[in-house]
Design a protein around this ligand. Structure first.
Ligand SMILES: [Fe+2]
Length: 640
Protein backbone atom coordinates (compact mmCIF):
# COMPACT_ATOMS: atom_id res chain seq x y z
CA UNK A 1 0.00 0.00 0.00
CA UNK A 2 1.25 3.47 -0.87
CA UNK A 3 2.12 5.46 2.28
CA UNK A 4 0.51 8.86 2.81
CA UNK A 5 1.60 11.42 0.32
CA UNK A 6 0.13 14.90 0.55
CA UNK A 7 1.78 18.04 -0.57
CA UNK A 8 -0.71 20.84 -0.77
CA UNK A 9 0.01 24.06 1.04
CA UNK A 10 -3.40 23.88 2.63
CA UNK A 11 -2.53 20.55 4.14
CA UNK A 12 0.78 21.90 5.44
CA UNK A 13 -0.83 24.92 7.01
CA UNK A 14 -3.43 22.89 8.84
CA UNK A 15 -0.87 20.29 9.75
CA UNK A 16 1.28 22.91 11.46
CA UNK A 17 -1.73 24.20 13.37
CA UNK A 18 -2.54 20.65 14.46
CA UNK A 19 1.08 19.99 15.37
CA UNK A 20 1.23 23.01 17.63
CA UNK A 21 -2.00 21.94 19.27
CA UNK A 22 -0.87 18.39 19.92
CA UNK A 23 2.59 19.30 21.13
CA UNK A 24 1.27 21.81 23.62
CA UNK A 25 0.71 19.24 26.32
CA UNK A 26 1.59 19.52 29.99
CA UNK A 27 4.88 18.54 31.47
CA UNK A 28 6.09 16.36 34.29
CA UNK A 29 8.89 16.32 36.80
CA UNK A 30 12.02 14.27 36.69
CA UNK A 31 15.18 14.63 38.62
CA UNK A 32 18.90 14.16 38.62
CA UNK A 33 21.53 14.78 41.25
CA UNK A 34 24.42 15.18 38.82
CA UNK A 35 25.01 18.80 39.82
CA UNK A 36 23.37 21.08 42.40
CA UNK A 37 22.19 23.33 39.60
CA UNK A 38 19.98 20.56 38.27
CA UNK A 39 17.67 21.21 41.21
CA UNK A 40 16.82 24.63 39.87
CA UNK A 41 16.70 23.49 36.29
CA UNK A 42 14.29 20.67 36.99
CA UNK A 43 11.96 22.88 38.99
CA UNK A 44 11.89 25.20 36.03
CA UNK A 45 11.46 22.48 33.40
CA UNK A 46 8.58 20.98 35.37
CA UNK A 47 6.39 23.83 34.24
CA UNK A 48 7.47 23.63 30.66
CA UNK A 49 5.34 22.58 27.83
CA UNK A 50 7.26 20.71 25.19
CA UNK A 51 7.45 23.89 23.16
CA UNK A 52 8.48 26.68 25.50
CA UNK A 53 7.76 30.34 24.88
CA UNK A 54 11.49 30.65 24.28
CA UNK A 55 10.89 28.64 21.13
CA UNK A 56 8.98 31.59 19.76
CA UNK A 57 12.09 33.71 19.86
CA UNK A 58 13.36 33.45 16.36
CA UNK A 59 13.00 36.01 13.68
CA UNK A 60 12.20 38.93 15.89
CA UNK A 61 13.36 42.31 14.78
CA UNK A 62 14.94 43.90 17.78
CA UNK A 63 13.77 47.26 18.96
CA UNK A 64 15.98 49.79 20.69
CA UNK A 65 15.93 49.23 24.41
CA UNK A 66 14.47 52.35 25.99
CA UNK A 67 16.39 54.02 28.79
CA UNK A 68 19.62 52.05 28.38
CA UNK A 69 21.88 52.58 31.37
CA UNK A 70 25.32 54.06 30.55
CA UNK A 71 26.76 51.90 33.33
CA UNK A 72 25.72 48.51 31.90
CA UNK A 73 28.27 45.70 31.81
CA UNK A 74 28.06 41.99 31.07
CA UNK A 75 30.95 40.17 32.74
CA UNK A 76 31.85 36.50 32.77
CA UNK A 77 33.89 34.90 35.57
CA UNK A 78 36.49 33.59 33.20
CA UNK A 79 39.53 35.63 32.27
CA UNK A 80 40.87 32.97 29.99
CA UNK A 81 39.48 30.69 27.36
CA UNK A 82 37.03 27.97 28.28
CA UNK A 83 37.63 24.34 29.19
CA UNK A 84 35.51 21.51 27.73
CA UNK A 85 32.85 21.78 30.42
CA UNK A 86 32.23 24.74 32.72
CA UNK A 87 29.62 26.37 34.88
CA UNK A 88 30.05 30.02 33.92
CA UNK A 89 28.82 32.84 36.14
CA UNK A 90 27.50 35.71 34.02
CA UNK A 91 27.01 38.99 35.89
CA UNK A 92 25.01 41.90 34.54
CA UNK A 93 25.78 45.10 36.45
CA UNK A 94 24.94 48.79 36.18
CA UNK A 95 21.21 48.09 35.77
CA UNK A 96 19.05 51.12 36.59
CA UNK A 97 15.63 49.45 36.53
CA UNK A 98 15.66 45.66 36.97
CA UNK A 99 12.69 44.07 35.27
CA UNK A 100 11.20 40.57 35.20
CA UNK A 101 11.46 40.89 31.41
CA UNK A 102 15.29 41.06 31.42
CA UNK A 103 17.12 37.97 30.20
CA UNK A 104 20.48 36.71 28.99
CA UNK A 105 21.11 34.57 25.91
CA UNK A 106 24.17 32.54 25.11
CA UNK A 107 24.83 32.80 21.38
CA UNK A 108 27.36 31.02 19.20
CA UNK A 109 29.28 31.84 17.11
CA UNK A 110 29.74 35.22 18.74
CA UNK A 111 29.26 37.01 15.40
CA UNK A 112 25.76 35.53 14.94
CA UNK A 113 23.31 38.11 13.79
CA UNK A 114 20.73 38.58 16.49
CA UNK A 115 19.74 42.06 15.56
CA UNK A 116 17.72 42.51 12.42
CA UNK A 117 16.14 40.23 9.84
CA UNK A 118 12.75 41.82 9.20
CA UNK A 119 11.74 39.87 6.08
CA UNK A 120 12.10 36.38 7.44
CA UNK A 121 9.35 36.10 10.01
CA UNK A 122 7.39 33.64 7.89
CA UNK A 123 10.19 31.08 7.96
CA UNK A 124 9.75 30.01 11.53
CA UNK A 125 6.08 29.24 10.99
CA UNK A 126 6.95 25.78 9.71
CA UNK A 127 8.34 24.80 13.11
CA UNK A 128 5.05 25.66 14.73
CA UNK A 129 5.43 29.37 15.44
CA UNK A 130 2.62 31.26 13.78
CA UNK A 131 3.49 34.48 15.56
CA UNK A 132 3.83 37.69 13.58
CA UNK A 133 6.06 39.18 16.24
CA UNK A 134 9.62 40.15 15.34
CA UNK A 135 12.24 37.42 15.71
CA UNK A 136 15.93 36.97 16.38
CA UNK A 137 17.93 36.12 13.27
CA UNK A 138 19.98 33.29 14.74
CA UNK A 139 18.71 30.98 17.41
CA UNK A 140 20.48 31.37 20.80
CA UNK A 141 22.04 28.22 22.27
CA UNK A 142 20.18 28.84 25.52
CA UNK A 143 18.63 31.66 27.52
CA UNK A 144 17.76 32.52 31.09
CA UNK A 145 15.69 35.22 32.78
CA UNK A 146 17.62 37.50 35.13
CA UNK A 147 14.96 36.82 37.77
CA UNK A 148 16.65 33.42 38.24
CA UNK A 149 18.96 35.42 40.51
CA UNK A 150 16.61 35.87 43.49
CA UNK A 151 18.27 39.18 44.44
CA UNK A 152 17.99 40.79 41.00
CA UNK A 153 14.49 42.24 41.03
CA UNK A 154 14.81 43.49 44.63
CA UNK A 155 18.22 45.01 43.82
CA UNK A 156 19.94 43.18 46.64
CA UNK A 157 23.35 43.87 45.14
CA UNK A 158 23.46 47.68 44.94
CA UNK A 159 26.24 49.88 43.65
CA UNK A 160 26.35 53.65 43.67
CA UNK A 161 27.41 55.40 40.47
CA UNK A 162 26.86 58.99 41.59
CA UNK A 163 26.81 60.75 44.96
CA UNK A 164 25.48 64.16 45.89
CA UNK A 165 26.20 65.63 49.29
CA UNK A 166 27.22 62.22 50.56
CA UNK A 167 24.00 60.63 49.36
CA UNK A 168 23.70 58.15 46.52
CA UNK A 169 21.60 59.62 43.72
CA UNK A 170 22.31 57.00 41.02
CA UNK A 171 22.11 53.50 42.46
CA UNK A 172 22.48 50.53 40.11
CA UNK A 173 21.67 46.86 40.52
CA UNK A 174 23.26 43.64 39.37
CA UNK A 175 22.44 39.98 39.02
CA UNK A 176 24.37 36.80 38.34
CA UNK A 177 23.29 33.73 36.37
CA UNK A 178 25.06 30.41 36.06
CA UNK A 179 25.27 28.74 32.63
CA UNK A 180 26.37 25.18 31.92
CA UNK A 181 28.69 25.44 28.94
CA UNK A 182 30.26 22.60 26.97
CA UNK A 183 32.85 22.72 24.22
CA UNK A 184 30.87 23.41 21.04
CA UNK A 185 34.06 24.58 19.24
CA UNK A 186 32.71 27.95 18.04
CA UNK A 187 33.18 30.93 20.34
CA UNK A 188 30.30 32.07 22.50
CA UNK A 189 28.93 35.40 23.68
CA UNK A 190 26.38 36.42 26.31
CA UNK A 191 23.81 38.99 25.28
CA UNK A 192 21.72 40.89 27.82
CA UNK A 193 18.19 41.55 26.55
CA UNK A 194 15.21 43.52 27.77
CA UNK A 195 11.59 43.15 26.70
CA UNK A 196 11.09 39.48 27.56
CA UNK A 197 11.08 36.75 24.93
CA UNK A 198 8.25 38.32 22.99
CA UNK A 199 9.61 41.81 22.24
CA UNK A 200 13.34 41.50 22.87
CA UNK A 201 15.80 44.39 22.60
CA UNK A 202 19.57 44.26 23.10
CA UNK A 203 20.95 46.11 26.12
CA UNK A 204 24.54 44.94 26.15
CA UNK A 205 26.93 42.14 25.14
CA UNK A 206 29.84 40.38 26.89
CA UNK A 207 32.20 40.16 23.94
CA UNK A 208 33.34 36.83 22.48
CA UNK A 209 34.78 34.04 24.62
CA UNK A 210 36.66 31.15 22.99
CA UNK A 211 37.18 27.55 23.96
CA UNK A 212 40.78 26.77 24.90
CA UNK A 213 40.88 23.91 22.41
CA UNK A 214 38.14 23.87 19.75
CA UNK A 215 39.91 20.82 18.26
CA UNK A 216 39.65 18.71 21.41
CA UNK A 217 38.37 15.21 20.50
CA UNK A 218 35.12 14.76 22.45
CA UNK A 219 31.87 12.81 22.85
CA UNK A 220 33.20 9.39 21.75
CA UNK A 221 30.61 6.63 21.56
CA UNK A 222 30.76 2.94 20.69
CA UNK A 223 28.55 0.83 18.43
CA UNK A 224 28.59 -2.69 17.04
CA UNK A 225 29.39 -3.26 13.37
CA UNK A 226 28.55 -6.98 13.31
CA UNK A 227 27.48 -9.87 15.53
CA UNK A 228 30.95 -11.10 16.48
CA UNK A 229 31.54 -8.73 19.42
CA UNK A 230 35.09 -8.54 18.07
CA UNK A 231 34.83 -5.30 16.05
CA UNK A 232 33.50 -2.07 17.53
CA UNK A 233 33.07 1.33 15.93
CA UNK A 234 34.13 4.44 17.82
CA UNK A 235 32.72 7.79 16.66
CA UNK A 236 33.77 11.16 18.06
CA UNK A 237 33.75 14.91 17.34
CA UNK A 238 36.58 17.42 16.91
CA UNK A 239 37.05 20.83 15.35
CA UNK A 240 40.05 19.33 13.58
CA UNK A 241 39.68 17.80 10.12
CA UNK A 242 43.02 15.95 10.03
CA UNK A 243 42.61 12.20 10.56
CA UNK A 244 43.09 11.20 14.20
CA UNK A 245 43.89 7.92 15.91
CA UNK A 246 42.25 5.54 18.29
CA UNK A 247 44.78 3.69 20.46
CA UNK A 248 43.30 0.58 22.03
CA UNK A 249 44.05 -2.79 23.57
CA UNK A 250 47.71 -3.50 23.91
CA UNK A 251 49.27 -1.00 21.56
CA UNK A 252 46.91 -1.18 18.57
CA UNK A 253 46.35 2.01 16.59
CA UNK A 254 43.84 2.89 13.90
CA UNK A 255 43.34 6.07 11.89
CA UNK A 256 39.93 7.72 11.72
CA UNK A 257 37.80 8.38 8.70
CA UNK A 258 36.63 11.97 8.82
CA UNK A 259 33.34 13.36 7.64
CA UNK A 260 31.07 16.31 8.25
CA UNK A 261 27.90 17.86 6.87
CA UNK A 262 27.00 21.36 5.82
CA UNK A 263 23.96 23.58 5.51
CA UNK A 264 23.69 22.41 1.90
CA UNK A 265 23.09 18.86 3.17
CA UNK A 266 20.07 19.93 5.21
CA UNK A 267 16.70 19.58 3.53
CA UNK A 268 14.29 22.38 2.97
CA UNK A 269 11.40 23.53 0.87
CA UNK A 270 10.71 26.94 -0.60
CA UNK A 271 10.81 28.01 3.04
CA UNK A 272 14.26 27.44 4.55
CA UNK A 273 14.14 24.88 7.35
CA UNK A 274 15.56 25.63 10.82
CA UNK A 275 18.48 23.29 10.06
CA UNK A 276 19.33 25.14 6.88
CA UNK A 277 18.92 28.57 8.32
CA UNK A 278 18.56 30.02 11.80
CA UNK A 279 19.12 26.73 13.67
CA UNK A 280 22.36 25.87 11.90
CA UNK A 281 25.53 25.32 13.90
CA UNK A 282 28.82 24.05 12.50
CA UNK A 283 29.13 20.39 13.59
CA UNK A 284 32.93 20.35 13.30
CA UNK A 285 34.32 17.04 12.07
CA UNK A 286 32.97 13.62 12.88
CA UNK A 287 35.70 10.98 13.22
CA UNK A 288 35.03 7.27 13.13
CA UNK A 289 37.19 4.14 13.30
CA UNK A 290 36.40 0.44 13.69
CA UNK A 291 38.46 -1.28 16.37
CA UNK A 292 39.15 -4.82 15.18
CA UNK A 293 40.74 -7.90 16.70
CA UNK A 294 38.88 -7.62 20.02
CA UNK A 295 37.41 -10.42 22.10
CA UNK A 296 33.66 -10.53 22.75
CA UNK A 297 32.39 -10.00 26.32
CA UNK A 298 35.74 -8.51 27.28
CA UNK A 299 36.99 -5.24 28.68
CA UNK A 300 39.38 -3.04 26.72
CA UNK A 301 40.68 0.47 27.10
CA UNK A 302 41.11 3.12 24.44
CA UNK A 303 41.80 6.78 23.87
CA UNK A 304 41.33 8.89 20.76
CA UNK A 305 42.82 12.05 19.26
CA UNK A 306 46.17 13.20 17.92
CA UNK A 307 49.06 15.15 19.39
CA UNK A 308 48.22 18.37 17.55
CA UNK A 309 44.51 18.26 18.52
CA UNK A 310 44.67 16.66 21.96
CA UNK A 311 43.70 13.27 23.36
CA UNK A 312 40.66 11.98 25.18
CA UNK A 313 41.07 10.40 28.59
CA UNK A 314 41.70 6.64 28.57
CA UNK A 315 38.32 4.90 28.71
CA UNK A 316 37.39 1.31 29.62
CA UNK A 317 34.71 -0.31 27.51
CA UNK A 318 33.15 -3.75 27.32
CA UNK A 319 32.42 -5.59 24.08
CA UNK A 320 28.99 -7.23 23.79
CA UNK A 321 28.63 -11.03 23.77
CA UNK A 322 28.97 -12.73 20.39
CA UNK A 323 25.82 -13.84 18.60
CA UNK A 324 25.02 -17.44 19.55
CA UNK A 325 26.44 -17.26 23.07
CA UNK A 326 24.10 -17.55 26.03
CA UNK A 327 23.67 -14.46 28.13
CA UNK A 328 22.89 -10.82 27.30
CA UNK A 329 22.07 -7.87 29.55
CA UNK A 330 20.69 -4.93 27.64
CA UNK A 331 18.78 -1.69 28.15
CA UNK A 332 16.28 -0.23 25.68
CA UNK A 333 14.26 2.97 25.45
CA UNK A 334 13.01 5.58 23.01
CA UNK A 335 12.48 9.33 22.95
CA UNK A 336 15.19 10.44 25.36
CA UNK A 337 16.37 13.87 24.17
CA UNK A 338 18.17 16.14 26.59
CA UNK A 339 17.62 18.79 29.24
CA UNK A 340 19.91 21.64 30.25
CA UNK A 341 22.07 21.20 33.35
CA UNK A 342 21.18 24.70 34.48
CA UNK A 343 18.03 26.83 34.70
CA UNK A 344 18.14 27.75 31.00
CA UNK A 345 15.44 27.29 28.47
CA UNK A 346 16.15 25.83 25.05
CA UNK A 347 13.97 25.32 22.02
CA UNK A 348 13.11 21.74 23.05
CA UNK A 349 13.53 20.19 26.49
CA UNK A 350 12.92 16.57 27.48
CA UNK A 351 12.50 16.79 31.25
CA UNK A 352 12.94 13.08 32.08
CA UNK A 353 16.22 12.62 30.24
CA UNK A 354 18.43 13.64 33.18
CA UNK A 355 16.88 11.15 35.56
CA UNK A 356 17.04 8.36 32.96
CA UNK A 357 20.66 8.99 32.02
CA UNK A 358 21.62 9.10 35.71
CA UNK A 359 19.96 5.72 36.38
CA UNK A 360 21.53 4.21 33.25
CA UNK A 361 24.93 5.55 34.31
CA UNK A 362 24.59 3.65 37.60
CA UNK A 363 23.79 0.45 35.67
CA UNK A 364 26.75 0.83 33.31
CA UNK A 365 29.15 1.78 36.11
CA UNK A 366 28.24 -1.34 38.05
CA UNK A 367 28.93 -3.50 34.96
CA UNK A 368 25.33 -4.65 34.64
CA UNK A 369 24.94 -3.74 30.95
CA UNK A 370 26.30 -5.32 27.76
CA UNK A 371 24.57 -2.99 25.30
CA UNK A 372 22.02 -0.20 24.93
CA UNK A 373 19.33 0.33 22.27
CA UNK A 374 17.85 3.82 21.75
CA UNK A 375 14.99 3.35 19.32
CA UNK A 376 14.31 6.71 17.76
CA UNK A 377 13.82 10.32 18.71
CA UNK A 378 17.40 10.59 19.78
CA UNK A 379 18.38 14.20 20.63
CA UNK A 380 15.33 16.26 19.54
CA UNK A 381 17.75 18.79 18.06
CA UNK A 382 15.18 19.04 15.25
CA UNK A 383 17.11 21.54 13.19
CA UNK A 384 18.84 23.36 16.09
CA UNK A 385 22.11 21.61 15.51
CA UNK A 386 24.08 22.72 18.55
CA UNK A 387 21.72 20.57 20.62
CA UNK A 388 23.34 17.43 19.15
CA UNK A 389 26.55 18.39 20.98
CA UNK A 390 24.63 18.72 24.25
CA UNK A 391 22.96 15.35 23.69
CA UNK A 392 26.25 13.63 22.80
CA UNK A 393 27.82 15.11 25.91
CA UNK A 394 24.89 13.92 28.02
CA UNK A 395 25.20 10.27 26.91
CA UNK A 396 28.98 10.13 26.49
CA UNK A 397 29.72 8.53 29.87
CA UNK A 398 27.58 5.48 29.06
CA UNK A 399 27.89 5.44 25.27
CA UNK A 400 31.70 5.42 25.47
CA UNK A 401 31.65 2.34 27.71
CA UNK A 402 29.13 -0.03 26.11
CA UNK A 403 27.64 -0.50 22.66
CA UNK A 404 25.03 2.23 21.98
CA UNK A 405 22.80 1.16 19.09
CA UNK A 406 20.10 3.37 17.61
CA UNK A 407 17.04 3.40 15.37
CA UNK A 408 15.78 6.45 13.50
CA UNK A 409 12.66 8.37 14.60
CA UNK A 410 10.42 11.02 13.14
CA UNK A 411 12.43 13.76 14.87
CA UNK A 412 15.57 12.65 13.02
CA UNK A 413 14.07 12.00 9.61
CA UNK A 414 10.69 13.49 8.71
CA UNK A 415 10.37 16.56 6.55
CA UNK A 416 8.14 17.84 3.82
CA UNK A 417 9.11 16.67 0.31
CA UNK A 418 12.03 14.62 1.65
CA UNK A 419 10.84 11.08 0.94
CA UNK A 420 9.83 10.30 4.53
CA UNK A 421 6.66 8.23 4.90
CA UNK A 422 5.11 10.86 7.14
CA UNK A 423 4.96 14.37 5.70
CA UNK A 424 5.70 16.33 8.85
CA UNK A 425 8.35 18.98 9.67
CA UNK A 426 9.47 16.95 12.72
CA UNK A 427 13.20 16.81 11.90
CA UNK A 428 13.40 20.58 11.39
CA UNK A 429 15.13 19.96 8.05
CA UNK A 430 17.76 17.48 9.31
CA UNK A 431 16.28 14.64 7.23
CA UNK A 432 18.44 12.07 9.00
CA UNK A 433 21.79 13.52 7.92
CA UNK A 434 23.15 14.51 11.36
CA UNK A 435 21.66 11.31 12.88
CA UNK A 436 23.37 9.02 10.39
CA UNK A 437 26.65 10.90 10.70
CA UNK A 438 26.71 10.85 14.51
CA UNK A 439 25.35 7.29 14.82
CA UNK A 440 26.69 5.17 11.96
CA UNK A 441 24.91 1.81 12.23
CA UNK A 442 25.56 -1.36 10.18
CA UNK A 443 22.95 -0.35 7.58
CA UNK A 444 22.91 -1.21 3.85
CA UNK A 445 23.42 2.37 2.61
CA UNK A 446 22.81 6.05 3.35
CA UNK A 447 19.19 6.84 4.12
CA UNK A 448 18.41 3.13 4.43
CA UNK A 449 18.57 2.98 8.22
CA UNK A 450 17.60 -0.61 8.88
CA UNK A 451 19.85 -3.41 10.14
CA UNK A 452 19.99 -6.50 12.28
CA UNK A 453 22.48 -7.60 14.87
CA UNK A 454 22.88 -10.63 17.10
CA UNK A 455 24.09 -10.45 20.66
CA UNK A 456 24.23 -13.70 22.67
CA UNK A 457 20.87 -15.49 22.32
CA UNK A 458 19.01 -12.55 20.74
CA UNK A 459 18.53 -11.52 17.12
CA UNK A 460 17.56 -7.83 16.93
CA UNK A 461 15.81 -6.68 13.75
CA UNK A 462 15.84 -2.88 13.71
CA UNK A 463 13.69 -1.04 11.16
CA UNK A 464 12.84 2.53 10.21
CA UNK A 465 9.16 3.33 10.57
CA UNK A 466 9.89 6.61 8.75
CA UNK A 467 10.98 4.92 5.49
CA UNK A 468 8.71 3.00 3.17
CA UNK A 469 7.72 -0.27 4.85
CA UNK A 470 4.89 -1.11 2.47
CA UNK A 471 4.83 -4.55 0.87
CA UNK A 472 7.36 -4.90 -1.95
CA UNK A 473 9.32 -1.87 -0.73
CA UNK A 474 13.06 -2.37 -0.31
CA UNK A 475 12.80 -2.25 3.46
CA UNK A 476 9.89 -4.69 3.55
CA UNK A 477 11.82 -7.18 1.40
CA UNK A 478 14.85 -6.75 3.65
CA UNK A 479 12.97 -7.39 6.89
CA UNK A 480 11.24 -10.41 5.39
CA UNK A 481 14.57 -11.88 4.29
CA UNK A 482 16.34 -10.97 7.53
CA UNK A 483 13.80 -12.60 9.81
CA UNK A 484 13.45 -15.69 7.62
CA UNK A 485 17.19 -16.30 7.71
CA UNK A 486 17.60 -16.50 11.49
CA UNK A 487 19.00 -19.71 12.94
CA UNK A 488 16.77 -20.00 16.00
CA UNK A 489 18.92 -22.71 17.51
CA UNK A 490 21.70 -20.13 17.69
CA UNK A 491 19.58 -17.10 18.62
CA UNK A 492 16.26 -18.40 19.94
CA UNK A 493 14.96 -14.90 20.66
CA UNK A 494 13.80 -12.50 17.97
CA UNK A 495 13.25 -8.91 19.08
CA UNK A 496 11.80 -6.53 16.49
CA UNK A 497 12.40 -2.80 17.02
CA UNK A 498 11.38 0.47 15.40
CA UNK A 499 10.05 3.85 16.40
CA UNK A 500 6.29 4.17 15.82
CA UNK A 501 4.15 1.61 17.61
CA UNK A 502 1.50 -0.81 16.36
CA UNK A 503 -0.32 -0.81 19.70
CA UNK A 504 -0.88 2.12 22.05
CA UNK A 505 -3.89 3.06 24.11
CA UNK A 506 -2.77 6.67 24.53
CA UNK A 507 -4.98 9.17 22.78
CA UNK A 508 -3.38 10.75 19.76
CA UNK A 509 -4.21 10.99 16.10
CA UNK A 510 -0.73 10.02 14.91
CA UNK A 511 0.23 7.46 17.55
CA UNK A 512 -0.62 4.35 15.56
CA UNK A 513 -0.67 4.19 11.77
CA UNK A 514 -3.15 1.50 10.76
CA UNK A 515 -1.46 1.18 7.36
CA UNK A 516 1.82 0.26 9.05
CA UNK A 517 0.05 -2.34 11.20
CA UNK A 518 -1.75 -3.81 8.22
CA UNK A 519 1.40 -4.11 6.12
CA UNK A 520 3.98 -5.26 8.64
CA UNK A 521 2.20 -7.07 11.49
CA UNK A 522 1.67 -10.31 9.48
CA UNK A 523 5.45 -10.56 9.05
CA UNK A 524 5.91 -10.53 12.82
CA UNK A 525 3.57 -13.46 13.27
CA UNK A 526 4.95 -15.42 10.30
CA UNK A 527 8.45 -15.15 11.71
CA UNK A 528 7.43 -15.87 15.29
CA UNK A 529 8.79 -12.62 16.66
CA UNK A 530 8.98 -12.93 20.45
CA UNK A 531 9.07 -9.29 21.49
CA UNK A 532 8.30 -6.02 19.67
CA UNK A 533 9.70 -2.77 21.05
CA UNK A 534 8.59 0.64 19.83
CA UNK A 535 8.80 4.22 21.15
CA UNK A 536 7.17 7.44 19.90
CA UNK A 537 4.39 7.37 22.48
CA UNK A 538 5.84 8.69 25.73
CA UNK A 539 4.92 6.07 28.26
CA UNK A 540 5.25 2.33 28.96
CA UNK A 541 2.64 -0.15 27.83
CA UNK A 542 2.79 -3.94 27.56
CA UNK A 543 0.41 -6.16 25.63
CA UNK A 544 -0.75 -9.74 25.78
CA UNK A 545 0.37 -12.03 22.93
CA UNK A 546 -1.46 -9.91 20.41
CA UNK A 547 -2.37 -10.05 16.73
CA UNK A 548 -4.90 -7.89 14.89
CA UNK A 549 -6.00 -6.29 18.15
CA UNK A 550 -6.90 -9.61 19.72
CA UNK A 551 -5.21 -11.44 22.56
CA UNK A 552 -4.11 -14.79 21.18
CA UNK A 553 -2.77 -15.82 24.58
CA UNK A 554 -2.41 -14.38 28.04
CA UNK A 555 0.68 -14.74 30.22
CA UNK A 556 0.46 -16.86 33.35
CA UNK A 557 1.81 -15.85 36.74
CA UNK A 558 4.91 -17.79 37.78
CA UNK A 559 5.56 -18.74 41.39
CA UNK A 560 6.86 -15.23 42.07
CA UNK A 561 3.74 -13.66 40.57
CA UNK A 562 5.54 -12.50 37.40
CA UNK A 563 3.65 -12.59 34.08
CA UNK A 564 5.18 -15.40 32.03
CA UNK A 565 4.57 -15.88 28.31
CA UNK A 566 5.17 -19.47 27.18
CA UNK A 567 6.60 -19.41 23.65
CA UNK A 568 6.84 -23.17 23.49
CA UNK A 569 3.23 -22.71 22.47
CA UNK A 570 3.82 -19.60 20.40
CA UNK A 571 0.71 -17.67 19.46
CA UNK A 572 1.72 -14.05 18.77
CA UNK A 573 4.33 -11.39 19.66
CA UNK A 574 4.35 -9.36 22.87
CA UNK A 575 4.35 -5.62 22.10
CA UNK A 576 5.88 -3.08 24.48
CA UNK A 577 5.96 0.70 24.04
CA UNK A 578 9.06 2.16 25.69
CA UNK A 579 9.02 5.85 24.70
CA UNK A 580 9.31 7.02 28.33
CA UNK A 581 12.99 7.99 28.48
CA UNK A 582 12.76 11.78 28.55
CA UNK A 583 10.03 13.51 26.57
CA UNK A 584 7.10 14.88 28.54
CA UNK A 585 5.00 11.84 29.43
CA UNK A 586 1.78 10.91 27.65
CA UNK A 587 -1.25 10.02 29.70
CA UNK A 588 -3.49 7.03 29.04
CA UNK A 589 -7.10 7.24 28.08
CA UNK A 590 -9.71 5.87 30.49
CA UNK A 591 -10.74 3.25 27.97
CA UNK A 592 -8.54 0.16 28.20
CA UNK A 593 -8.23 -2.19 25.24
CA UNK A 594 -8.32 -5.88 26.08
CA UNK A 595 -4.79 -6.39 24.67
CA UNK A 596 -3.26 -3.85 27.11
CA UNK A 597 -1.95 -5.53 30.27
CA UNK A 598 0.33 -2.93 31.86
CA UNK A 599 0.29 0.86 31.54
CA UNK A 600 2.78 3.14 33.33
CA UNK A 601 3.29 6.84 32.70
CA UNK A 602 6.65 7.32 34.44
CA UNK A 603 10.17 8.10 33.23
CA UNK A 604 12.42 5.08 32.90
CA UNK A 605 13.79 2.36 30.63
CA UNK A 606 13.50 -1.33 29.83
CA UNK A 607 16.07 -3.70 31.33
CA UNK A 608 16.47 -7.01 29.54
CA UNK A 609 18.24 -10.21 30.50
CA UNK A 610 18.34 -13.01 27.96
CA UNK A 611 19.56 -16.56 28.27
CA UNK A 612 18.78 -19.24 25.69
CA UNK A 613 15.74 -20.36 27.68
CA UNK A 614 14.42 -17.18 29.16
CA UNK A 615 13.92 -13.56 28.28
CA UNK A 616 13.40 -11.44 31.39
CA UNK A 617 12.23 -7.86 31.01
CA UNK A 618 11.75 -5.14 33.59
CA UNK A 619 10.50 -1.59 33.41
CA UNK A 620 12.76 0.46 35.70
CA UNK A 621 11.34 3.72 37.01
CA UNK A 622 14.36 6.05 36.79
CA UNK A 623 13.16 8.36 39.56
CA UNK A 624 12.75 5.61 42.16
CA UNK A 625 15.14 3.08 40.50
CA UNK A 626 12.46 0.49 41.33
CA UNK A 627 11.02 -2.13 38.96
CA UNK A 628 7.42 -1.12 38.21
CA UNK A 629 6.64 -3.93 35.78
CA UNK A 630 8.30 -7.22 34.95
CA UNK A 631 7.57 -10.14 32.67
CA UNK A 632 9.26 -13.25 31.29
CA UNK A 633 9.13 -15.09 27.99
CA UNK A 634 10.21 -18.72 28.19
CA UNK A 635 11.11 -21.25 25.53
CA UNK A 636 12.90 -24.57 25.37
CA UNK A 637 16.11 -24.09 23.43
CA UNK A 638 15.77 -24.65 19.72
CA UNK A 639 12.02 -24.23 19.43
CA UNK A 640 10.91 -21.09 17.66
FE1 LIG B 1 8.57 10.09 17.75
Amino acid sequence: MEPWKYSSWVFRFFFIILLVFFLSSSSSLSWSSLHPLHINSTAMHRNHTTISDFRLLNRRTLTECPGTSPFLQVNVNSNSSLSDEEYLMVTVSGVLFPSHRDWVAMISPSHSNVENCPFNAVLYAQTGDLSTLPLLCHYPVKAMYMSNDPGYLSCKKKQCKKYSKGKCIVPTCSGTLTFHVINIRTDIEFVYFGGGFETPCVFSRSGPISFANPNQPLYGHISSVDSTGKSMRLTWISGNMEPQQVQYGNGKTLTSEVTTFSQDNMCSTALPSPAKDFGWHDPGYIHSAVMIGLESSSTFSYRYGRDSAGWSERIQFRTPPAGGSDELKFLAFGDMGKAPHDASVEHYIQPGSLSVIEAITDEVDSNKVDSIFHIGDISYATGFLVEWDFFLQQISHVASRVSYMTAIGNHERDYIESGSVYITPDSGGECGVPYETYFPMPTPAKDKPWYSIEQASVHFTVISTEHDWSQNSEQYEWMKKDMASIDRSKTPWLIFMGHRPMYSSSDGVFNVDENFVEEVEPLLLENKVDLVLFGHVHNYERSCSVYQNECKALPRKDKNGIDTYDHNNYSAPVHVVIGMAGFTLDKFSNYVDSWSLSRISQFGYLRGHATKKELNLEFVNSDTKKVDDSFRIIKTQGSS
